[in-house]
Design a protein around this ligand. Structure first.
Ligand code: C2E
Ligand code: MG
Ligand code: MG
Ligand code: MG
Length: 293
């Protein structure tokens, strides 16, 4: 195939055209292989969830955990969800991944509940395509019911754009969850749609200020100003405000001054496997091995 393109390019005397084709071809092939491998990964032990704590800005106590998908192929380096989630979203594979994440997080939360570990919720990320599945809410509620879990145990995170693009069915489903007491956080707040008016229509309980603002806040007055405004508006709307990506003391100090409620970032904890999370939570866990994968 590449040879044909090369020959044609030679005949045409347009080397640059072949170069472009070749790059595109390689990229598509790479993506195609990755999706194939990801599909196989679902059947093997290559996927796991890592958990990253959110701590109270006031007490420093661990309040909630965010579940983050990890893919460690049997051979080669780990592959980032930032790379494979968007690929999975182009096909129905995202639904199978989503089911796997939901099932694994619920199972883990139930194990930790039964072991008496002191944590509140595990929050799960939902991407846009996942929400477009007609029975997504039913599956969510069924999964929780299977493990006897409720709003105290599992919450969800959605990006701004998912909310903006949500149709009536999705909004109705979110309103129902909200009414039942589920926590719904807007992820990467400040990076999506620029109008704030959508905030008043949507059934959400928390804002997660995107980590790019947090990263630059110590040096950039503009980022600081945007963060302050986000905290202000969040609180005025009765929402909890979370700062993501806090990596150092300088950022932490600023964020405490701004009165964010919760802090998530490498400064406190990196995302970690379930077993490690258990040790940190300090619970005496007996009778099971966790399901960290
Ligand atoms: P996100 O939901 O915004 O998750 C937070 C990301 O920030 C995670 O990246 C986390 O490891 C990273 N992070 C946390 N603290 C720090 C910090 O102090 N510094 C820096 N530099 N990074 C920090 P990760 O795990 O690579 O996930 C990337 C994205 O992939 C997530 O962004 C989310 O959009 C998506 N994703 C991950 N797991 C899932 C999943 O189960 N389902 C779906 N639909 N998407 C997922
Ligand atoms: Mg998230
Ligand atoms: Mg985020
Ligand atoms: Mg993000």
């Amino acid at each position: 195939n590449a040879d044909v393109a090369k020959n044609r390019a030679k005949l045409d005397g347009r080397g640059s055209v072949w170069f472009f084709d070749q790059q595109l071809h390689d990229e598509l092939l790479h993506q195609h292989r990755l999706v194939d491998r990801l599909e196989q990964a679902l059947e093997s032990e290559e996927l796991s969830l890592h958990y990253q704590p959110q701590v109270s800005a006031v007490s420093g106590r661990i309040e909630n955990l965010e579940a983050l998908l990890r893919w460690q192929p049997a051979e080669g380096p780990p592959i980032s969800p930032a790379e494979f989630i968007p690929l999975a979203e182009r096909s129905d594979l995202i639904h199978r991944l989503g089911d796997w994440v939901m099932e694994t997080a619920c199972h883990q939360r139930a194990l930790w509940r039964d072991a008496g570990l002191a944590i509140e919720r595990i929050d799960i990320n939902f991407s846009g395509r996942q929400m477009s599945r007609s029975d997504v809410f039913q599956r969510f509620e069924d999964c929780l019911a299977r493990y006897g879990l409720g709003p105290r145990h599992i919450g969800i995170e959605l990006t701004e754009n998912v909310l903006i693009e949500a149709d009536d069915r999705i909004l109705e489903g979110l309103r129902r969850l909200h009414h039942l007491g589920f926590r719904i956080a807007i992820d990467d707040f400040g990076t999506g749609y620029s109008s704030l008016s959508y905030l008043k229509h949507f059934p959400v309980t928390a804002l997660k200020i995107d980590r790019n603002f947090v990263r630059d806040a110590p040096d950039q007055p503009e980022d600081r100003a945007i963060m302050e405004a986000a905290v202000f508006i969040g609180h005025r709307l009765g929402l909890e405000v979370v700062a993501e990506g806090v990596e150092n003391l300088e950022q932490l100090t600023l964020i405490r001054e701004m009165r964010c409620d919760l802090i998530q970032g490498f400064y406190f904890f990196r995302p970690m496997p379930a077993m490690e999370m258990e040790r940190i939570l300090g619970g005496l866990v007996t009778g099971h091995q966790g399901i960290s994968g």
